[in-house]
Write a protein that binds this ligand. Sequence first.
Ligand code: 8DG
Ligand code: MG
Length: 316
Amino acid sequence: MSLVHVAVAVIMRDNEVLIARRPDGVHQGGLWEFPGGKLEKNESVQHALKRELKEELDIEVDVHAGVEPLIRIHHDYGDKAVLLDVWVVSRFSGVAKGAEGQPIKWVEKANLTEFDFPAANRPIISAIMLPHKYLITGGYKTNDDCIQKLQNAILHHDITLVQFRHHELYLSDRTEYIKQVKKIKGLCDRNGARLILNAQPSILHEADADGVHLTFAEARGYNERPVATDKWFGVSCHNKEELAWVSRLSPDYALLSPIKETSTHPEAMPLGWTLFRALTDQVAFPVFALGGMQETDINTAITNGAQGIAAISAWW
Ligand SMILES: Nc1nc2c([nH]c(=O)n2[C@H]2C[C@H](O)[C@@H](COP(=O)(O)OP(=O)(O)OP(=O)(O)O)O2)c(=O)[nH]1
Ligand SMILES: [Mg+2]
C-alpha cells in the first residue's frame, strides 16, 4: 500500500483551534478534521499547506513566518496508510470560511476532546494541549524549599507542565509524599500548571494530580495503558526499542534521553538530534527531548520533531 502524505494545519487564534467537518462519503467522512490535504507530486509540505488552506478556507499563510512543525503521525487505516505532517499555523490573513461548503468551528483547545476525529488524530490533540517546556523537579532541602524552587520556575520560566519526581520519599514515607503532592498541586492549580507524578498509577487514587509518569522498566510491567484517558500518561525511553515497545500502552507522550551530555548521567551516550529526529518520526505520540536541555534548545528540538524540551537544571 502506498503512503499518502498529508499536510495538516492546526490553525490557532488565541486559545482556539479551527476544525472542519469532512464531507460524508469521503475517506473518514463525517468526522471533524484539521484542515489540509494530500501533497501533489513533487510538492513540498509547506507549499501543500499554503495551497490547501487557500482552497479549503480562503486564507493566506506565509510559510516563512507563523508556521511551526507540531508532529508527524504514520497511521494505517487498513484501506489507506497516511503520514499526517502536522503544522501549527499561528498567523494568516483573511477570514477563514468553509470555502468548499464544509462546516467549520473555532474550538477552545481544552474542548477538542469533545469532537469525533479520525483515529489517527488523537496524538495531534495531545500535542496541541502539551506545552514546549516540561519541568522535572530536582533535589531540595526542605518541603518549603521545594515549593520555593517550583514557584520560581513557574513564575520566572513560564512553566505549565510539572513532573514531581522524588522516588525516595514516594517509597519511604507515603503519607509525607502525599502531603507534599497536595501543596505542589495547589501551587500548580493557582498558576494554571498541570502536575504529573513520577509514581505508580495507583497513586492517582490517593493523591490529586493530572497524570502519571513511569520509567521504561516500570512501564514494562503493563500490557495496556494503566492510566485513564482523562489523565496524562508518559514514559521515559532511551532508544528505538523502548519507544516501539511503549507504543502498545498508548502513552500521551514520551521523554527521550539523553540528547546531550548531562551531569546527572555522565556515563550515558548522547543520542544527538539526527537520531532523535529519526526515532521520534517512527512513533505516533509527542516526544520531549531530555538530557542537557536549555531554553535555547527549544527551537532546535521542535525543528527535529520534538514536542519540546524537558529539563531539571535549566529551570530548577
Ligand atoms: N486534512 C486532514 N486529513 C486527515 C486528518 N486526519 C486523518 O486521518 N486524515 C486523513 C483523511 C484522508 O485520508 C487524508 C487527507 O485527505 P484529504 O481528503 O483531506 O485530501 P485533500 O484535501 O487533498 O482532498 P481531495 O483533493 O482528495 O478531495 O488524511 C485531519 O485531521 N485532517
Ligand atoms: Mg482536505
